[in-house]
Design a protein around this ligand. Sequence first.
Ligand code: NAD
Ligand code: DAU
Length: 351
Amino acid sequence: MKKTVLITGGAGFIGSHVVRLFVNTYPDYAIVNLDKLTYAGNLQNLVDVENAPNYTFVKGDITDAEFVQQLFQQYQFDGVIHLAAESHVDRSISNPMEFVTTNIIGTVTLLNAARANWKDAANDKRFYHISTDEVYGSLGEEGFFTEETAYDPRSPYSASKASSDHLVRAYFHTYGLPIVVSNCSNNYGPNHFPEKLIPLMIHNIITGKPLPVYGKGENVRDWLYVVDHARAIDVIFHKGVNGETYNIGGYNEWKNIDLVHLLCKIMDNKLGRNPGTSAQLITYVKDRAGHDLRYAIDSAKLTRDLGWKPSLQFEEGLAKTVDWYLANSAWLTNITSGDYLKYYEQQYHQR
Ligand code: NAD
Ligand code: DAU
């Protein structure tokens, strides 16, 4: 069936994998990627699909109501997959307002355009909001986040995402907008911007720089390969039930320090270094303010209702990821030679 689908934030890390999956899997769909190309957006992520006949890139800002309304009128979207966001917790601590503007105002701007343009036949439409497990707050040593867990966001980033989730659900209850929401755990894989833990460590191991571990490195994250997240998004977009929320996770919990040691081991091997060489770079630095201790997702509903499961074991996914970064050193250099260097100075040299 032909559809025109708007994907926001498609030049970012997860968005680029979602765009690629949809462009390649659904030749009958017209995929429109709307992205502002902030520091995190990179069209290099999509060179393999940029000339596909069913793909269009539009540079623009989701907070610009007039522009978004015109875009909806021009393309008559059947569906929206909304990923555009400010996504880095540390940046939200130093600049919360940008997160409020993009993540909250931007989401409402899209909801308003969908509502205005989908007055009739709204049931054939779908507004899919991509969110995070961080809205649920921080777990102790036991337990999992389920779809019923009460929201308890603790960083400006997660508070802005929680707010946007509430607004999306409010548009379902108040206006009957056909929405679906998913909350995913930490992603990793190719094209991950090197301010986040795994690509930052890979970059610093390659270049022999210190590996900055926050606090004691005992915080736990549940890691999922980004292509498995994109597969889950495909399934939920097509088979999810309006008004429902689906948790997505890997049942793959790692303490940060153990993960960094595993990366050091994989990379010593791949770079032909003596075992233990890279681990000498590990440096404990000041902890993140309000650092959530542990995230862990229960994704049983998604598996039970829609049949999704992660496809990759972590060691395999991590090895694939390291191989991608080693084979794409130009991608990494392009990023790390620019603005990111300034951010890096500010983030770590004040600690
Ligand atoms: P990212 O930072 O890599 O990409 C965000 C993209 O949004 C960039 O391409 C950026 O240019 C674009 N963007 C930002 N502001 C915009 C605006 N005003 N208008 C249009 N485009 C704009 O983020 P990511 O890690 O790929 O995350 C994508 C989504 O998934 C986010 O909503 C995030 O909250 C969510 N999420 C991320 C993870 C993760 O581990 N990275 C996990 C769960 C959920
Ligand atoms: O859980 C999903 C979330 O995962 C997403 O919603 C966010 O967009 C995404 O950025 C990610 O958030 P985290 O804060 O968990 O990811 P980050 O890579 O920034 O940090 C992972 C862990 O590693 C966290 O406990 C902080 C720690 N860390 C991070 C960096 C950048 C370090 O110890 N040192 C570092 O230099």
